[in-house]
Ligand binder design. Sequence first.
Ligand code: ATP
Length: 229
Amino acid sequence: MNTFDPASESPAAPLALFGGTFDPVHFGHLRVATDTAIALKLPEIRLIPSKKPVHRDATSASADQRLAMLRLGVSAFPGLSVDDCELTRDAPSYTALTLEHFRREFPERPLLWIVGIDAFLGITRWYQWQHLFDLAHFVVLNRPGFAVASALSAQLAEVWNGRLTNDPHALRSSAHGRLLLHTVAPQAISATEIRNMLTAGASDNALLPLLPASVLAYIRGNRLYARPN
Ligand code: ATP
């Protein structure tokens, strides 16, 4: 990590987890994760690729390919690592199961689940959603100027108001159960756009601002997201 913080070396340093499909990983993911790690003085963020639905878009990469690209992508980002637990598990990529897995491994350690605000607003539809706060803290990534409070359902507002903290230390003094809103600079990059560009035959020059060169080389080498012949 760029910022050294002795507290981050303590046994209670939180383990932060950031899930997604990463199809493919891009600078939006990598910069947002790095920004969050620096801002909250997190020694480690593990990026966790999820399984995709069986009937996925034919232009998607396989799980092994997404994992390989993610490993290449994080290599230039100290503090970020990859964990394939959702891909190796013979069960759906439910966050509750993933957090139970980490809680078994780290019974006392604070766990942080990092999630974008849009996904968080749908959390009441997640498997065993209320149980999630018994397992981890949530770091919710917000866009500048977005008024979260007015977007919450009544059910979610109750959880939000009861668990919200502005103090990052609260994420270290207990192992789970708090919510912290972290505003990040918007990154005008999406994996969907990258896939569409590749399918349309975009040049390396057009793509290199969006994702690491090593990831682009892997995509080219494996002819991923290419236009069907
Ligand atoms: P797709 O376009 O395929 O939906 P995505 O990049 O939006 O791809 P994921 O790979 O699942 O989707 O993203 C993982 C996490 O990264 C999500 O929490 C998502 O909100 C966040 N994320 C994705 N792109 C950005 C971005 N440009 N800036 C900030 N966060 C992002």
